[in-house]
Write a protein that binds this ligand. Structure first.
Ligand code: ZN
Ligand code: ZN
Length: 410
């Protein structure tokens, strides 16, 4: 396939398999300005799939940087009402939300932390209705990636701009299994594999997981009562399958925010709000981070942990085999969509209501009572290694091997 053919197939996959645009839907499309060509491709295919309308939300992170450097802190403490109205309106209408990510990992270097945090909190509040509907499956959504030069140069610093862009495209196409035209078929079988593994773990209904590896991780994580392992496709409330993340390799569930003990070492650097946090560990007691250190980016890690109460507790535990397409490339993408799918991870902050039985119908209090976590953050960090051992414990106390030498035993 030529590059243009691959791009067309990528757009088709985004619209059909990922967002699964169907007849009469609004499509809310967030797209970086430099990817306008791809955005137009997606919108054309969305109309072909029957979309009623496509609402194009172009964004430009280079402009965002200028704004963060120049506008006053107060500006970032709220989101203009018209912006919230727009997003929340289309969510109520049951739109399909497609986001094309293209992030320079260093874009916010030197920007005032307080502004970044205020902005994150304000957006979360303003778009609460949108996110609530999304969490409850009331809209279909998906995230796909598109390279930009700064990102490519970060991943391949030894290359020229052109070569770095080419290599990043190749890596994205490879991880999205875009090597021929049967891409949807490949994702259907990947989806079946993820579902099979999730089913096995759901039948075990484990009480806790124990992680151990040579980095020094020795960590016991309690799982929420009634937790559900999920992965791959999801089904919206109108009974249509969609794929929230492309690519995806993980199955994930809800830990009990009060039950984490021991020490866990990150196995990959974490890119958080434009800062790289590397060589770090977190020590947990009763589910809370009580001690931590980082060789690099300790300030950013401190800021993350201090955002709110829930940022010191866990909202997600995900399992990914060490032997998988993203991991096998051996590239650090500096982007969560890829890096979180390279390795087993945990997330500090917000849990997913869908990861617990009847969670989407629970009140905030019920969710908390069942071990769920609430935070404005949801930040994944990688802990998987090729020697990671994970053992589960059932309610009866039986030990069940889950991972041996970095990979699933089933
Ligand atoms: Zn995850
Ligand atoms: Zn996550």
């Amino acid at each position: 396939m030529t590059f243009e053919e691959k791009l067309q197939e990528y757009a088709r996959l985004t619209v059909r398999t990922c967002g699964n645009v169907t007849q009469g839907k609004y499509v809310l499309l967030s797209c970086p300005v430099h990817a306008a060509h791809f955005g137009r491709m997606i919108s054309r295919k969305a109309f072909e799939a029957g979309a009623k309308d496509v609402i194009m939300l172009y964004y430009d992170e280079k402009f965002s940087r200028i704004r963060f450097l120049n506008a006053a802190l107060d500006i970032f403490k709220s989101v203009p009402e018209w912006q919230a109205l727009q997003r929340n309106y289309y969510a109520r209408e049951g739109c399909v939300s497609i986001t094309v990510l293209s992030e320079d990992p260093d874009i916010f270097e030197g920007v005032d932390d307080e502004k970044l945090m205020a902005n994150a909190i304000a957006r979360k509040k303003a778009f609460k209705e949108f996110y609530d509907i999304m969490d409850k499956g009331g809209l279909r959504w998906t995230l796909v990636a598109y390279p930009c030069e700064k990102w490519a140069m970060k991943v391949f610093p030894e290359c020229s701009k052109e070569t770095a862009m080419e290599k990043l495209w190749d890596a994205i196409f490879a991880t999205c299994r875009l090597t021929d035209t049967n891409t949807s078929g490949k994702w259907e079988s990947q989806d079946r594999l993820l579902k099979r593994r999730a089913d096995i773990l759901n039948k075990y209904a484990l009480k806790e997981l124990h992680y151990k590896n040579s980095l020094g991780t020795d960590f016991t994580l309690g799982l929420a009562k009634g937790h559900i392992w999920a992965g791959g496709s999801e089904v919206s409330t109108d009974d249509v399958k969609f794929m929230p993340n492309m690519p995806t390799e993980e199955i994930f569930t809800m830990p009990d925010r009060l039950k984490a003990e021991g020490i866990v070492y990150a196995s990959m650097p974490l890119s958080y709000q434009g800062t790289l946090i590397d060589g770090f560990y977190l020590r947990f007691q009763n589910g809370e981070v009580v001690d931590f250190d980082a060789q690099k980016g300790k300030n950013a890690l401190t800021r993350l942990l201090d955002t709110d109460e829930g940022s010191r507790r866990l909202g997600e535990a995900a399992l990914i085999p060490h032997d998988s397409p993203i991991s096998n490339l051996g590239i650090l993408f500096y982007n969560t969509l890829f890096d979180e799918n390279a390795s087993c991870h945990l997330a500090l902050g917000e849990c997913y209501a869908t990861n617990i039985r009847n969670g989407v119908n629970m009140s905030e209090k019920e969710l908390l009572d069942n071990g769920g976590n609430r935070s404005v953050n949801h930040v994944d960090f990688m802990i998987g290694t090729k020697d990671l051992q994970i053992t589960g414990t059932t309610k009866e106390g039986t030990k069940v091997p889950i991972f041996v030498n970095g990979n699933f035993v089933f």
